[in-house]
Design a protein around this ligand. Structure first.
Ligand SMILES: [Cu+2]
Length: 492
């Protein structure tokens, strides 16, 4: 790490502020074998056919092993500990050490074998979503096979004649809500036209996790942690593209909510769905695509507008982190009734407004204890008496506080605070999420990124090269770097 800091300072003239804070955020991206594959970036690998490998920022690629002409993969269903946000480590269920699980990339026409081991404490099943494979390979528990018992294994094998953005997931409904999904990309035999220079995949997931709790409430109907590839903003790794490149982003959704995904600064066209490539005659311009549950959508655009552009779900509650504790008077009081009876817990108001003192942020959210017990509790470090976090609060180290920008009479304005919950404007944590892909972002940027939100950074060549150089340097500092055969596609 020291080397990297020195590199940053020496080669780029970066002030100490950039690298001085402790690096508290480390993405747990090791696979089952303990290999760090976070930065396996194959976007620069271009084959003769002109296709590029799909990058899944913050999620590893699943290596393959050739058994004759069969591509063999190994997935392990297991509990994982995942840092979805700096300091917020939660207990999820996923595959090979992460949720979502690692990305599988194959070519149309491939024969594949996937060994699925179940290291969960209960039975599971693996469904290949949208795959046209023999019924006994479908992974439907009960109807096409027995569920895989704890400690058990099932070997799937099939030939893939499709192309497009697919995914694999547990077909046990509650396990899905614990994180059990991964991307499964089938590259076409004939390259798509026009060709894309960059190809990304993002999986959307949501969790209901109360403050001080580590296990998602999978029965919940409302969610307070929203993730792209297992990270909530600003912890996501931005999508880095060079000015002028054609970009494809594959969006995958498997949760309780539909997500309208919006891109700033560009119009895009929807070129594919969970059924594969769509005919060009269907491509109309837009900048928001609704990705429904169990769907995927591919969007493409030419990155013609330089800048750091937000890519995010546009549902307001999906642009927040741990929102149950942030909005409303709870962030400024010692405590309040955290939940009332069921009618009010369901959001059926009898008096006051949703953020009024009689009600409170748990209203309508049903987040476990908050909706079932009447008790005074504050889940914020802030109170009206002590609104600004102190440096001696360990959780707050590494945070940069914005200047207070609230009016003198703010407390008397009904509804206050909403976005000014920290008296802020916002708490930034640029240094806690420091990584090459964030280099050069406007100082304080991280205070305004939350939930399902990341950047598409459209960079002029020199800035682009700088970040690639930083990335390479960081990979060089990794303790272990393995050549993983089978990162698709090679299309040699
Ligand atoms: Cu959403």
């Amino acid at each position: 790490m020291k080397n990297r800091r020195d590199f940053l300072k020496n080669s780029l003239g970066v002030g100490a502020g950039f690298a001085a804070a402790p690096r508290l955020f480390a993405a747990p991206q090791a696979n089952a074998a303990g290999m760090d594959m976070k930065h396996m970036d194959h976007a620069t690998v271009r084959s003769n056919s002109g296709m590029v490998s799909v990058e899944t920022p913050d999620v590893a690629q699943l290596p393959r092993h050739m058994d004759g002409s069969v591509k063999e993969f190994h997935l392990i269903a297991e509990p994982v500990k995942q840092e979805i946000f700096p300091g917020r480590v939660v207990d999820l269920w996923g595959y090979n050490g992460s949720a979502p699980g690692p990305t599988i990339q194959v070519n149309q026409g491939d024969r594949v074998r996937i060994i699925v081991d179940n290291h969960l404490p209960e039975a599971t099943s693996m469904h290949w979503h949208g795959f046209e494979v023999p019924s006994e390979m479908d992974g439907a528990p009960g109807s096409s096979q027995d569920p895989i018992p704890p400690g058990g294994r099932f070997v799937y094998e099939f030939t893939l004649h499709q192309e497009g953005t697919y995914f694999y997931h547990s077909h046990m409904a509650m396990q899905e809500m614990m994180g059990m999904i991964g991307a499964f990309i089938m590259h076409p035999k004939e390259p798509y036209k026009p060709r894309a220079d960059k190809d990304f995949a993002i999986i959307m997931q949501e969790y209901a996790i109360l403050p001080n709790i580590k296990v998602p409430n999978s029965m919940n109907m409302e969610f307070n942690w929203l993730t792209f590839n297992g990270k909530s903003g600003p912890a996501n790794t931005p999508l880095i593209v060079r000015h002028g490149e054609r970009v494809r982003i594959r969006l995958i959704n498997l949760g309780m909510d539909h997500h309208p995904i919006h891109l700033h600064g560009h119009q895009f066209v929807v070129t594919g769905t969970e059924g594969g490539r769509q005919p060009q005659s269907t491509w109309g311009p837009g900048n928001t695509v609704l990705v429904g549950v169990a769907q995927s959508r591919d969007v493409e655009f030419v990155a013609s507008n330089p800048g750091d552009w937000m890519l995010h779900c546009h549902l307001p509650h999906h642009m927040m982190n741990q929102m149950s504790s942030m909005v409303g008077p709870m962030s400024r009081r010692n405590g309040m009734p955290a939940g009332l009876d069921m009618e009010r817990g369901m959001g059926m108001l009898r008096q006051g407004s949703a953020t009024s003192e009689e009600n409170g942020p748990s209203l309508g959210r049903g987040l476990g204890v908050g909706s079932t017990a009447e008790q005074a509790m504050s889940n914020s470090l802030l109170t009206a008496e002590k609104p600004m976090p102190h440096q001696d609060i360990p959780d707050m180290q590494g945070m940069q506080m914005g200047k207070p920008e609230v009016s003198k009479d703010a407390n008397s304005v009904p509804g206050f605070p909403q976005d000014a919950f920290m008296e802020g404007p916002m708490m930034a944590m640029d240094q806690m999420v420091d990584k090459p892909e964030n280099f050069g972002l406007r100082p304080g940027w991280s205070g305004f990124m939350a939930g399902m939100m990341t950047f598409v950074r459209v960079l002029p060549p020199d800035k682009y090269d700088q970040i690639m150089e930083l990335r390479k340097k960081q990979e060089g500092n990794k303790p272990m770097k393995m050549d993983m055969p089978g990162m698709e596609p090679h299309h040699e």
